[in-house]
Design a protein around this ligand. Structure first.
Ligand SMILES: [Zn+2]
Length: 109
């Protein structure tokens, strides 16, 4: 996954004619299935030889947010691994916390 982040960042850098990438900032959902340490490590390995060879990776962790179609925003129910609404017992949707996306790329032109 560090590779796909790097590829996206490099595409962006090329499109804007940048010579290097200074930093890549990403949003990492707590429920994305990606461990922050693993992402940092694979980024350090994968950036070698790319435009992001000296770039830093800034990770913003997005907490899980759940939403009930009937009741609206409901408290995070992850702790008991039960994604059911505490109010009506219906199934809740994950509104945030699954993303792994680039926030911005800091380019050197
Ligand atoms: Zn509900």
């Amino acid at each position: 996954m560090a590779l796909s982040i790097l590829e996206l960042a490099e595409d962006e850098a090329r499109q804007r004619g940048a010579t290097a990438i200074r930093a890549i900032a990403v949003r990492l959902g707590e429920m994305s299935g990606v461990v922050r340490d693993a992402l940092e490590f694979s980024f350090e390995v994968a950036r070698n030889g790319t435009l992001a060879g000296a770039a830093s990776l800034e990770i913003e962790v997005v907490p899980l947010a759940t939403r009930c179609p009937a009741c609206g925003d409901v408290p995070n129910t992850l702790h008991d691994l039960c994604l059911l609404c505490p109010d009506c017992g219906g199934r809740v949707e994950i509104a945030a916390g699954r993303e792994l996306e680039i926030r911005y790329v800091d380019l050197e032109c």
